[in-house]
Design a binder for this molecule. Structure first.
Ligand code: MRU
Length: 355
């Protein structure tokens, strides 16, 4: 499908926007204390921003990746051959930043796909196609998540308490996120809900980002350290758990921010339904089960410190997987843009995907 550029435009409220040949991203490392944008002009600046989590969340990094590739093409200043070379180099560089989120590769594959048959195309046309494709990735992300937010309303009953982990709101995508945005929309529609937010160590995406989004939207919430979830469930305050996902396998096993698995097990122990909300583009149809997902390992410094303040011996041995796998057996349903997939997931995901 060809998308006219006029049909999608960034606005100044967007946390990611492409303007005058540069990519502007709201620096998520500076939140919630500072609202500042980073201006990125090369694929390596985009790759660094993704690695450092200045832009983070599966779909946000997909969009940033697409524009990172476009920036590579722009800076090649050359003929079709040099644009193709620059695109290939940018794709390889950005693909090496974070291995787990399916949407990063989903976006890069779509940019790279344009190179098939590009040899016969003049440079102006190729540049237009690349820009149009990156805009399309942004636009599809917005439209898809809008639908997820709508579909998800079905599971948010009036008067319930809900726990979530990490940040799966607008910051993790563009304009609309997944799990957190479902909750924000439920509040906007007048449902009386209370959200419990895990702080999400080591990098505190729950405390810094989800709390910030909930507060701006006026949603009643309580911030918890990760270890408090069981206590709060036992006190009967929680009726539902919901998170986003970075990659979902055919059998329904889902990778998300480390700590999600513990939350799902706790939810099961307390008879609380546990949902994932994610677009079908997060489903890796080539991945049979969670053991096949590559989990990103990050710098030990992130665990030894909080916001730059060291809280452990300088060389304390550390284990720092950025994600964990929640086995499908703990997942009550996966909220997608086409409806809610229920177990057995292999069948329901294929059927929603139409494959
Ligand atoms: O390491 P992060 O902050 O990029 O991890 C993000 C998550 O785990 C989100 O829950 C996930 O990407 C879903 S985004 C709608």
């Amino acid at each position: 499908m060809k998308l006219g550029l006029e049909s999608f435009q960034f606005t100044e409220d967007d946390s990611i926007r492409f303007e005058n040949g540069a990519l502007y991203i709201l620096d998520q490392n500076a939140l919630p204390s500072d609202l500042r944008f980073l201006e990125l002009r090369t694929p390596s600046e985009v790759a660094n921003a993704i690695k450092r989590l200045s832009v983070r969340g599966a779909m946000a990094i997909g969009i940033a990746a697409a524009f990172g590739v476009l920036l590579g093409a722009i800076s090649s200043h050359g003929d079709t051959e040099s644009i193709i070379k620059a695109v290939r180099e940018a794709v390889d560089l950005i693909a090496s930043t974070r291995p787990t989120a399916r949407n990063l590769f989903w976006a890069l594959e779509q940019m790279q796909e344009l190179l098939d048959g590009a040899w016969g195309v003049d440079e102006k046309t190729l540049m237009e196609e690349l820009e149009e494709r990156a805009m399309r990735i942004a636009s599809v992300t917005v439209e898809t998540n809008k639908k997820i937010v709508e579909v998800g309303q079905e599971i948010i009953k009036d008067g319930i308490g809900i726990i979530t982990h990490c940040n799966s709101g607008a910051l993790a995508a563009l304009r609309f996120g997944t799990a957190l945005s479902i909750l924000i929309e439920a509040h906007k529609r007048g449902k009386k809900i209370h959200v419990y937010v895990d702080e999400t160590r080591p990098l505190l995406q729950g405390a810094r980002l989800s709390s910030w989004e909930l507060e701006r939207a006026g949603v009643p919430y309580t911030l918890l350290t990760d270890g408090m979830a069981g206590m709060v469930m036992r006190e009967g305050k929680i009726n539902l758990a919901i998170t986003g996902a970075d990659r979902i396998c055919l059998n329904g096993d889902a990778a998300n921010k480390v700590g999600t698995y513990s939350l799902a097990v706790l939810a099961r122990a307390h008879g609380i339904p546990f949902y994932i909300a994610a677009p079908l583009s997060t489903v890796d149809f080539s991945c049979r089960c969670g053991d096949e997902i590559k989990i990103e390992r990050r710098d030990p410094v992130e665990v030894r410190s909080i916001s730059g303040l060291r809280i452990a011996p300088e060389n304390a041995p550390v284990y720092n997987p950025a994600f964990d796998i929640t086995p499908a057996e703990y997942i009550s349903g996966i909220v997608t843009e086409e409806g809610i997939a229920r177990p057995p997931f292999e069948k329901s995901l294929h059927s929603l995907h139409g494959s």
